[in-house]
Design a protein around this ligand. Structure first.
Ligand SMILES: Nc1nc2c(ncn2[C@@H]2O[C@H](COP(=O)(O)OP(=O)(O)O)[C@@H](O)[C@H]2O)c(=O)[nH]1
Ligand SMILES: [Mg+2]
Length: 226
């Protein structure tokens, strides 16, 4: 966890509705590309491989249906149990396990990470999703879609195959984070005994669809690979 200090969650009124998401996976699988795509809608191409950062995401709404997330984009070092017990597992509510469909070793790594996560969280509630990235590189594929789906079924989580670099796959990339947040919030509200409000995720997806189809004025759309 070079550079990023993970503090024990303090559930103040300021942070209690913020969902903490940890993005994990082998180096170079596209973790940063996916996070940057979700946050900025852009694909930059090159990202600092050793930079570990926490990003605050907040939807533009002021009602209770707000989507607020702190997203920790990790940069390796997630392969020891102590790192888990003291850091990621304590900090995170949700985990995005990312591999590249072009690298079998990265698929093995998510299986390893899954065991570390389970061991660290034990009985505690957490949510995760499995993401196979780089599905634009089908000719270099080393991990089949059914292998990914089988692993997700085994973990009991949702599975996505996406490409961070393909502009038309932005909705799927958004779904990864928004669905995870929705699951986290439903569980939290059930635990808090609060009645469930209708989710804002549908409205959010509609807004993204508008951006993609060029109906929104505040995001440039002339980039098939941005
Ligand atoms: N072809 C392709 N390349 C990608 C994709 N996502 C990321 N990359 C590239 O993979 C490399 C590593 O990406 P990065 O996000 O830094 O990986 P990280 O180490 O897991 O954070 C960069 O050169 C990216 O441009 C994708 O979906 N398709
Ligand atoms: Mg990175």
């Amino acid at each position: 966890m070079n550079g990023t200090r993970l503090l024990k969650p303090q559930h103040t009124s300021e942070t209690k509705d913020v969902c903490r998401v940890v993005v994990l996976g082998y180096q170079g699988v596209g973790k940063t590309a996916l996070v940057v795509r979700f946050l900025t809608k852009r694909f930059l191409g090159e990202y600092c491989p050793t930079l570990e950062s926490i990003y605050r995401y907040s939807s533009d709404k002021s009602d209770e249906d707000d989507v607020r997330m702190d997203i920790l984009d990790t940069a390796g070092h997630a392969d020891t149990q102590s790192c888990w017990n003291e850091g990621y597992a304590l900090w995170g509510d949700c985990f995005v396990l990312v591999y590249s469909i072009t690298e079998e070793i990265s698929f093995k790594e998510v299986q390893n990470l899954r065991h570390l996560l389970e061991a660290a969280k034990r009985q505690n509630v957490y949510f995760c999703v499995l993401v196979g990235n780089k599905n634009d590189l089908v000719y270099d594929r080393q991990v089949t879609t059914s292998q990914g789906q089988e692993l997700a079924d085994d973990i009991g989580c949702k599975f996505y195959e996406v490409s961070a670099c393909e502009w038309n796959q932005l909705p799927q990339v958004v779904d990864i984070f928004i669905d995870l947040h929705a699951t986290w919030r439903r569980s939290k509200q059930a635990r808090d005994g609060r009645p469930r409000k209708s989710s804002s995720s549908t409205k959010f997806r509609q807004a993204i669809q508008k951006v993609i189809s060029g109906k929104s004025s505040n995001v440039k759309k002339n980039d098939s690979h941005q």
